[in-house]
Write a protein of this length. Structure first.
Length: 139
């Protein structure tokens, strides 16, 4: 069995964003030479997420609204975590909801997706450098 590792780096200028990283993951699969296996894609920061869904602007706006209702950013004083001097407790909660990672099958050298599936990086406390790990194993 072979393995391949690659990192993607992001420095999102806004507090929150959803970025389609499917092309970068597809490129890593090609680079790996693995034809049959699995790819793990995970956010290496506790206020960011990786998830799979549709690349549709209305859905992304719905996520924004829904996440803000579940874990509003303000007032920042509502969170005990923010007593440490941070203002990002909501970002930790949003990451927990959206998830840390995804695993996708690789079949015949390609991501084996269902209809409309794409991989996204979700940023919930941007304006600094963060990374995503891509780990591919297989033959």
């Amino acid at each position: 069995m072979k393995s391949y590792r690659k990192e993607l780096w992001f420095n999102v200028p806004t507090r929150r964003a959803f970025i389609n990283i499917t092309p970068q993951v597809e490129e890593a699969v090609r680079e790996s030479g693995i034809r049959e296996g699995l790819v793990l894609v995970n956010a290496m920061h506790i206020t960011a997420s990786v998830f799979i869904n549709d690349d549709e602007a209305g859905l992304h706006q719905d996520y924004e609204r829904w996440l803000e209702q579940l874990a509003p950013h303000e007032p920042t004083s509502q969170y005990l975590h923010n007593r440490t001097g941070e203002d990002n407790a909501d970002a930790h909660l949003k990451r927990q909801i959206m998830g840390r990672e995804v695993v996708v099958a690789i079949t015949n050298g390609r991501l084996d997706f269902g209809p409309w599936e794409q991989i996204f990086y979700g940023e919930f406390d941007g304006r600094r450098r963060k990374r995503v790990l891509i780990k591919i194993i297989g033959e």
